[in-house]
Design a protein around this ligand. Structure first.
Ligand SMILES: [Zn+2]
Length: 449
């Protein structure tokens, strides 16, 4: 992933700094920043996230904003917080703004500033775990609602804001259960916004789908034998043939990315994550014995546009063929998500004129004087997949431009100015989304109202 922070030209930086100083000097913006710091200071790192403090904080914000709120525990101790800003036409499909409350663990000693202090340095970088992934987004939604309310804006559609637990450990007790719940059904959601990634250039990145994880374990068996003997079909030899085949496939996919023909999210990635073989001895491994079993594990990421059946065929015929005494595990005890939604279509959100929510998003960002980059497939997983699986449009978007991608990294930070700009961006988006009424094209749309 991109880790380089390209310096901007100095005139641009100067203009940005001046406008930044003007924005930052208002008492209002310092309150916005201190609320963000407060949220960042709550340690919600896995595996022991402090959900109680996070919930209390969000509920206090909700109260100040006069939003309806409910806390739902699909699993005890793992709260989903759901806030509601009711629209004038509550029967219209609603808007859901989703974010997760947990963050990944830290290696404290590798941070320049303590990861839960939310320290702001002299250029305005706010250092904290979660500053990019994704406490920024959760609070930006609320700040945007605050600003819209202050201006007397009234939504036509109902706006929901959800704060879900456990995204960083798969989201099974959070967004997955939420998306399958009766509560969710009743919300009549029309569009979901969820997380994206920072962008090192001045445009925002935006995601319309994501790759799906398949965790594969292949196992070879064969007759054991003396370490000095050459014979066919040993477990090691059979496994090595498979590894060679996987490696060739991996290189063919990676070559497409290197040649610029495909983006990272558009190819199947395969990475070997473990190798398990050998007969242990007190000093390491027995050296004069060829073992009867050998195993390897792979993290595979499948884009929604790939053909899952042909990949499974490849696994069964080339990577773990029974003719070579091989077996494999995929999706039994291991993860194997679906690249399709419930109607068997690739789980992709249309990122073109056919999707009014896409058009509105692009326009709203433009109105706030920023631009979106070409839409991408998210290279890893987010909670958005649970909503897309239901067949709902979901867009991954975290408004962080001019920012190196530091999620899950040491010294994760977000600049104050980018954070405040993001609030403005969401104001523009929420305003347009919540005001959107389909153009009457027949009786159906009248009925909808
Ligand atoms: Zn995240």
């Amino acid at each position: 992933m991109e880790k380089l922070y390209k310096p901007k030209n100095s005139i641009y930086s100067l203009i940005q700094l001046i406008s930044l100083t003007l924005v930052l000097s208002t008492p209002q913006s310092s309150e916005i920043i201190s609320r963000f710091q407060h949220y960042l200071q709550i340690n919600t790192a896995q595996p022991n996230p402090d959900y109680t403090s996070a919930t209390n904080f969000i509920l206090s914000q909700s109260k100040a904003l006069n939003l309806e709120s409910q806390t739902i525990e699909f699993v005890k101790g793992k709260p989903v917080i759901l806030l509601k800003w009711i629209g004038k036409y509550p029967k219209l499909p609603s808007i859901l703004l989703n974010s997760h409350t947990d963050v990944v663990p830290v290696e404290q000693h590798k941070w320049t500033h303590p990861p839960f202090n939310a320290h702001i340095d002299e250029v305005g970088h706010i250092y904290a775990r979660g500053s990019q992934d994704m406490k920024c987004v959760g609070l930006q939604y609320l700040e945007a609602i605050r600003a819209l309310k202050d201006r007397g804006f009234e939504p036509v559609r109902t706006v929901y804001v959800s704060f879900v637990p456990d995204e960083e450990i798969g989201g099974h007790d959070g967004a997955e259960k939420f998306a399958q719940s009766e509560v969710f059904e009743k919300m009549n959601v029309g569009i979901v916004l969820d997380e994206g990634l920072a962008s090192p250039n001045e445009n925002y990145r935006v995601f319309y789908g994501e790759r799906c994880p398949w965790w594969l374990v292949i196992k070879a068996s064969g007759a054991p034998g003396h370490g000095a003997k050459l014979f066919d079909n040993s477990a090691m030899e059979n496994l090595l043939k498979s590894i060679e085949s996987v490696r060739r496939f991996r290189a063919s996919q990676f070559d497409l990315v290197k040649a610029g023909l495909k983006a990272e999210g558009e190819v199947v990635s395969v990475n070997m994550v473990f190798l398990k073989a050998g007969t242990p001895s007190p000093t390491g491994f027995v050296m004069n014995l060829q073992p009867s079993e050998a195993e390897a594990g792979f993290d595979i990421r499948v884009p929604p546009t790939a053909d899952p059946e042909s990949l499974e065929k490849r696994i069964a015929e080339e990577w773990a063929p029974s003719s070579r005494n091989m077996t494999f595990q995929l999706g039994q005890f291991k993860q194997k998500g679906s690249v399709h939604d419930k109607s068997e279509k690739p789980a992709l959100t249309a990122a073109d004129m056919s999707n009014p929510w896409w058009v509105l998003l692009e326009e709203a960002v433009k109105k706030a004087n920023r631009k979106l980059d070409k839409p991408e497939v998210f290279p890893a997983s987010t909670d958005a997949r649970y909503f897309r699986e239901r067949g709902l449009p979901a867009i991954g978007f975290s408004p962080m431009a001019n920012t190196p991608v530091l999620l899950h990294d040491h010294n994760e930070f977000l600049n104050k100015a980018e954070y405040l700009k993001g609030v403005e961006i969401y104001e523009s988006i929420i305003k347009d989304y919540a005001s959107y009424i389909e153009k009457p094209s027949g009786d159906a749309s009248k009925e909808e109202l």
